[in-house]
Design a protein around this ligand. Structure first.
Ligand code: SF4
Ligand code: SF4
Length: 472
């Protein structure tokens, strides 16, 4: 029985409800009048139900599909402006006791190099990340109570926040580790994490169990209810994600929206972010054996429909995607991207030798952070290294109310300019600095409140004189 308020995974993600939505969407894929009704509702920018979004996803009417893409762009602009927040993943350890069939870190893979960063390694890696200009990290680690217990993760977080190299600092550490207990989520909260991210991989219970044949991750309910436990432990911001390619994309698209509705209804705040990774080639993993791969057009449609359905949720795309694909989805709703990522354990301070490959997946976008920043600016986006909200206590429902009233953009935009100026001063190549300074000048005029503009100008001057870390 479907119940979005239930605390049971199989009730808030009801298979019966998803199947019924998919059948309904297929039945109406050419129903102009229904599509138009849903689009009218979507134009109010207050989101759509999972059922309505599933109908738009299946829409087969060309001019209405154009409207869907156009609306996604408008919503993106209205809520988030043209800033794109930058982050980098940091893999702490690839020891893992789970048997996930799509991940080279699965326990039975005996030929991948197993590594775990020591605290000294972390200092080296994070210093290298700071020297690129990164301020925001997403920590990744396999599940292994012996090699990666919570104490190890907490120690790593503590080390990372303590590293101050030249003008560098990691100001926000997001964490992507296995589903765990309320007590351990409390410890993460106390350690000062930003968002707790956990990907569902697929919401289809039977396929989920097949794809996770061994290890604690096999337990569908424990995994799916993890965000609830994290929020009960006081973590305000949680991130969702599915791995497109594992299962029927329509199913997982509907499932992730139901999960978002559940968090909003039962916990009072929807997800902070939704990630949209696609399956990639990796050691011991051949994407051809998974026959649910999606093409770039479908991927773009998914991004646009998520943006319309949950305007209040940030969307993340990683370097799994090529430059070309990232360009396409950026203006359809993506708010955060990774840059210059290494998906191996270590690899920022020093390139990994081929024979020691510990990467989780192949990266499609191999450019440096300076190149990614320049590329974004050339497309008129403002790359942002902002971490202000979490540090100003704007999390959970406080953050959501600012976002829903479209006020957050008044913080995002000037903060993007300030943090970009820091990047230009400290890390950019001459060419990037040149383009960036012109962009900042132009973007200052977009700030409509004269007091905010004056303050932003004052902060920018101070940054040029060597001061750091201003924020709105
Ligand atoms: Fe381990 Fe995560 Fe890879 Fe599964 S996806 S094998 S849990 S690292
Ligand atoms: Fe993110 Fe808040 Fe900064 Fe905007 S102001 S970019 S929402 S941290």
């Amino acid at each position: 029985m479907y119940d979005m308020m239930s605390s049971k995974a199989e009730e808030f993600i009801s298979d019966e409800e998803i199947q019924s939505c998919l059948a309904y969407a297929q039945e109406h894929k050419s129903d102009r009048s229904l599509m138009e009704q849903i689009l009218e509702k979507a134009k109010q920018m207050k989101g759509l139900s999972h059922r309505e979004a599933a109908v738009l996803l299946d829409c087969e009417i060309d001019d209405l599909n154009e409207q869907i893409f156009q609306l996604a762009k408008e919503i993106k602009q209205e809520f988030y402006g043209n800033r794109i927040v930058m982050f980098a993943p940091l893999y702490l350890s690839n020891y893992c006791i789970n048997g996930c069939e799509y991940c080279p870190y699965h326990a039975k893979n005996s030929h991948i190099a197993r590594k775990k960063l020591t605290q000294e390694d972390i200092v080296r890696e994070v210093t290298a990340l700071q020297d690129m200009g990164h301020k925001r990290l997403a920590l990744e680690a396999g599940e292994d109570p012996v090699n990666n217990p919570i104490e190890y993760i907490l120690e790593c977080i503590h080390t990372i926040y303590g590293i101050k190299h030249k003008n560098g600092a990691i100001r926000r550490v997001n964490v992507n580790i296995a589903a765990t207990t309320i007590e351990e989520y409390r410890m993460l909260k106390e350690a000062g994490i930003g968002t707790y991210i956990l990907f569902q991989e697929t919401y289809h219970k039977k396929n989920y169990e097949k794809l996770h044949p061994t290890g604690p991750k096999h337990d569908y309910a424990y995994h799916t209810e993890a965000h609830d436990r994290a929020m009960d432990a006081g973590i305000d911001d949680v991130g969702l994600g599915v791995l497109f390619g594992l299962n029927n994309y329509r199913y997982d698209f509907t499932g992730i929206l139901m999960h978002a509705e559940h968090l909003e209804a039962a916990k009072g705040v929807g997800p902070h972010t939704i990630s949209v990774p696609r399956l990639r080639r990796a050691d011991d993993i051949d994407p051809d054996v998974f026959d649910n791969g999606i093409d770039d057009d479908t991927f773009a449609k998914i991004v646009a429909c998520i943006r319309i359905a949950v305007p209040y949720t940030g969307m993340i795309v990683s370097t799994r995607e090529s430059q070309q694909c990232r360009e396409r989805v950026l203006n359809l709703g993506i708010t955060q991207i990774s840059g210059a990522s290494r998906t191996s354990v270590g690899g920022y301070a020093e390139e990994e030798p081929e024979e020691e490959n510990s990467a989780q997946f192949d990266v499609s976008d191999n450019r440096s952070l300076d190149e990614v920043v320049r590329w974004l600016m050339q497309m008129e986006y403002v790359p942002s290294f902002c971490t202000a909200c979490y540090r100003a206590g704007r999390t959970g429902d406080r953050f959501m109310s600012l976002l829903k009233s479209k006020q957050i953009v008044n913080c995002c935009h000037p903060n993007a300019l300030l943090t970009l100026q820091e990047f230009l001063q400290d890390y950019a190549s001459e060419e990037t600095r040149h383009i960036g300074e012109a962009l900042i000048k132009k973007e200052l005029d977009v700030i409509s409140n004269p007091a905010v503009r004056a303050k932003a100008e004052e902060y920018l001057e101070k940054i040029c004189r060597g001061e750091r870390d201003f924020r709105f």
